[in-house]
Design a protein around this ligand. Structure first.
Ligand SMILES: [Zn+2]
Length: 254
C-alpha cells in the first residue's frame, strides 16, 4: 500500500496568510503545508482521507488520476471544504462514494445542499453516494477492510481509520481504551501533533509522542502541524528514532 501525504498542515495551512512568522517565511519546501489529507492506494484502488480546501491543488500536484472514495474524519472545514472539486472525477467515473459518520453526512447536506438536491439539480454539480460509517462496523474499501477508530477532538467525535497495518488518526485529543485495542501491531501510525504548547482539542507534541509510545507502531508520522511547531528540520532532530514529522508530498510504502 502506498500512502501519499497530500497535506500536513493545520486548519489555516502554512504559510498563514499575511504572517511574518519565520516558519511561514521559510524557503524549505518541508515547511509549506496544505490542509491535512492523505491519499492511499494499492493495486488498482485509490482512496483519499478527507477533502479539504486544498483538494484541487493536491490532486494536481500528486497527479492523482482516480479516486474510488473519500473517507471523512469529521465535518470541520479544513477536512471537507473541497467537496465541490470532485467534479472532474464525477465526469470520468460517475458518483463519488463518501464514507462518513451520519452526523458528518447531515452536515455536508446542509453546507453543500446543491450536491444533494433531488429536484432540478444543476447538471454539472458534484455527485456523491453516501455510506454511513458506524463505530465497531468495519467496512469494505476495494478489496480491503477499513476499521473505524472512534476518537475525540475535544467534545467532537472524529473517526480515524485502520487499513491492514496502517492507521490514520487526525484531530485527536483523547482516545478511549476500547479504541486503543484496535491499534495493535501497526507498521505505520499517522497521528496529529499541533505544536509544543497545550491545545484544548488537539494533541500537542508530547501527547502525540506519549500516544505513540503506548501504541508502539513500527513507525509513526506526525501531521496536522502548526507553524508554531517550528522548522521541520529542527523539530525532526528532536524526535525519537521511529517518529517522523510528515511533510507535504511525502510518500511511504507499507
Ligand atoms: Zn483539522
Amino acid at each position: 500500500m502506498n500512502v501519499y501525504f497530500l497535506g500536513t498542515g493545520t486548519s489555516q495551512g502554512i504559510p498563514v496568510i499575511g504572517s511574518i512568522h519565520s516558519v511561514c517565511k521559510s524557503t524549505d519546501f518541508k515547511d509549506r503545508r496544505l490542509r491535512v489529507s492523505a491519499w492511499i492506494s494499492w493495486e488498482d484502488y485509490s482512496y483519499v482521507i478527507d477533502c479539504g480546501p486544498d483538494f484541487r491543488q493536491q490532486m494536481l500536484v500528486s497527479n492523482c488520476q482516480k479516486v474510488d472514495g473519500i473517507l471523512y474524519t469529521h465535518e470541520h472545514s479544513d477536512h471537507t471544504a473541497g467537496l465541490d472539486d470532485i467534479r472532474p472525477f464525477n465526469f470520468k467515473q460517475g458518483s463519488m462514494p463518501i464514507y462518513a459518520h451520519q452526523r458528518v453526512i447531515d452536515n455536508l447536506k446542509k453546507r453543500f445542499d446543491y450536491i444533494f438536491e433531488t429536484e432540478n439539480k444543476y447538471p454539472g454539480a458534484p455527485s456523491v453516494k453516501t455510506i454511513e460509517v458506524v463505530n465497531n462496523h468495519p467496512f469494505p474499501i476495494g478489496n480491503k477492510i477499513a476499521i473505524p477508530i472512534n476518537v475525540m477532538h475535544g467534545n467532537l467525535q472524529v473517526f480515524g481509520y485502520r487499513i491492514d497495518d496502517f492507521a490514520y488518526l487526525t484531530d485527536v485529543k483523547t482516545v478511549e481504551k476500547s479504541e486503543i485495542t484496535k491499534l495493535k501491531n501497526l507498521k505505520v501510525l499517522v497521528v496529529n501533533a499541533l505544536r509544543e504548547e497545550h491545545h484544548n482539542t488537539h494533541f500537542n507534541l508530547q501527547e502525540a509522542l506519549d500516544f505513540i509510545a503506548l501504541i508502539k507502531p513500527e513507525r509513526a508520522y506526525l501531521t496536522h502541524i502548526s507553524h508554531i511547531m517550528g522548522f521541520h528540520e529542527e523539530v525532526q532532530q528532536k524526535l525519537p528514532e521511529n517518529v517522523y514529522l510528515a511533510y507535504d508530498n511525502l510518500e511511504i510504502t507499507i
